[in-house]
Design a protein around this ligand. Structure first.
Ligand SMILES: NC(=O)c1ccc[n+]([C@@H]2O[C@H](COP(=O)([O-])OP(=O)(O)OC[C@H]3O[C@@H](n4cnc5c(N)ncnc54)[C@H](OP(=O)(O)O)[C@@H]3O)[C@@H](O)[C@H]2O)c1
Length: 308
């Protein structure tokens, strides 16, 4: 067993912005929870094991599991009332899916109106069986979004004590800065992995680093394609990462998480697994860094060419 998977390893914590929200350095993503087939007891047990490792932050969205995951998680919190105060709850709003659970939706669309943001946050509170969200994100940039209206909705949720911090997801640098000028944002949650490196080159990370705001990272393992992808790009990346992992005696996925967290914008990766061992492998990555040559070897395989 690599030294870094020792059972006493605790996940460190970080502030996503100065004086602001504190999250665990690894956040447990709940998108796939409805696929895990867990009983309430198993869900509560999984949450407890995450907390024991120091993974105290849990990422949700109203729409996960066809509007079902928040309710599954909320059931576990109802079964173990002591857990809520040991964690940070993140959720998102702004996408309206066609769903039997939302009979009024006639087309899949975005809605970042103040009325929808407030109603969605209040529904998340009911589903999660809590009185507050630690962080609420706008899930996707909406062509019809009005930055002033979103900021006002955020202010009113904060004044009511229903949401403590606010952020966005999948926003460009410019969109982030427009809203951040109106209300300080805690994060921009974006896709990033060795199979999706755009935020490193489209100013997303540079802009956040400049503001001292940490991005959150979704699909850090490319949704599992780093393990299972059969195209030449995935296969080559897999070989390159495996060579480094074997040489430095760390698990494959730990090397990917470490590669991501080494960026100076201080990315906070989300896990996507319901296996406690997979969360532990992510936490293990907080205990080591890669050499510059190893880091650039992964970048070269990610982009398919040398740096100039
Ligand atoms: N803001 C957004 O727009 C957005 C979009 C997508 C996701 N998210 C958030 O990001 C979180 C993470 O995204 P993600 O689930 O795509 O993350 P990911 O870590 O890139 O992918 C998770 C997938 O990888 C598999 N996996 C993990 N370790 C593995 C291993 N050692 N061997 C083989 N397969 C492995 C998992 O399977 P097992 O379950 O079998 O481990 C799971 O199917 C989500 O839960 C959600 O909270 C946000």
């Amino acid at each position: 067993m690599p030294h870094s998977l020792r059972p006493d390893l605790q996940c460190p914590r970080t502030s996503t912005y100065a004086g602001g929200l504190r999250l665990s350095r690894i956040v447990a993503g709940m998108w796939r929870m409805s696929e895990w087939g867990m009983t309430v007891e198993q869900r509560a047990g999984f949450i407890e094991q995450c907390l024991e490792m120091g993974v105290t932050s849990f990422d949700h969205a109203d729409i996960y599991g066809n509007y079902g995951v928040e309710g599954l998680f909320g059931e576990a919190l109802r079964a173990r009332p002591g857990l809520r105060d040991k964690m940070e709850l993140v959720s998102k709003c702004g996408i309206k899916l066609l769903s039997p659970h939302r009979a009024g939706h006639s087309i899949q669309h975005y809605d970042t109106s103040a009325a929808h943001i407030v109603a969605s946050a209040e529904e998340s509170l009911r589903q999660l069986h809590t009185d507050r969200l630690d962080l609420l994100l706008i899930h996707r940039p909406d062509p019809l979004m009005d930055f002033d209206e979103i900021a006002e909705a955020f202010q009113s949720l904060r004044a009511a004590g229903k949401v403590l911090h606010f952020g966005v997801s999948n926003f460009s640098r410019h969109q982030f800065e427009c809203l951040n000028r109106r209300i300080p944002l805690a994060t921009n949650q974006v896709e990033f992995s060795p199979m999706h490196v755009a935020p490193m080159f489209d100013e997303t990370f540079d802009g956040l680093q400049d503001l001292g705001v940490a991005p959150m990272i979704w699909s850090p393992l490319a949704g599992g394609r780093l393990f299972s992808g059969s195209d030449a790009h995935a296969e080559n990346l897999r070989l390159v990462i495996k060579e480094i992992a074997d040489r430095i005696n760390q698990p494959f996925a730990s090397v990917v998480f470490a590669w991501i967290m080494q960026l100076p914008s201080r990315p906070v990766p989300l896990t996507g697994s319901g296996r406690v061992e997979a969360i532990a492998v992510a936490v293990a990555a907080t205990a080591f860094t890669l050499s510059r040559p190893d880091w650039f070897t992964i970048l070269r395989a990610a982009r398919g060419h040398e740096v100039a």
